[in-house]
Design a protein. Structure first.
Length: 114
């Protein structure tokens, strides 16, 4: 399975995403309460590959994560579904982060998931 070149994806790193970031596909969401921005950026290497599982099908979908923020004790990730060619937003538990070695070797198993 061919994965895209990560260098072709921009990411929102070290700061909260802006409206301009969402328009430019560098971010998928803006965390707000009463129209006030909340949260903090999660320190992690971005962009990065992962598998995403939605709550219904649980089928793994290839994704490039390009945004990671935390608010109220929850960790949110935003990214690009490679095969569906659309953005996705989910909680950390919805994603299995992959290493470059897993991508190169073709080993893309999820952590403890069927």
């Amino acid at each position: 399975m061919n994965w895209p070149d990560l260098s072709s994806f921009e990411a929102t790193v070290g700061r909260l995403a802006t409206v301009d970031d969402t328009r430019a596909n560098r971010a998928s969401f803006l965390l707000k309460v009463d129209d006030v921005r909340i949260g903090i950026p999660i320190e992690m290497e971005l962009p990065r590959f992962a598998l995403y599982r939605d709550g219904e099908s649980q089928d793994p979908k290839r994704v490039v994560i390009f945004q990671a923020e935390e608010a109220d004790g929850l960790r949110y990730f935003g990214g690009w579904l490679i095969d569906d060619e659309t953005q996705v937003v989910g909680f950390e538990a919805d994603f299995d982060l992959l290493t470059e070695e897993q991508i190169k070797s073709g080993e893309q198993r999820s952590r403890g998931r069927p």
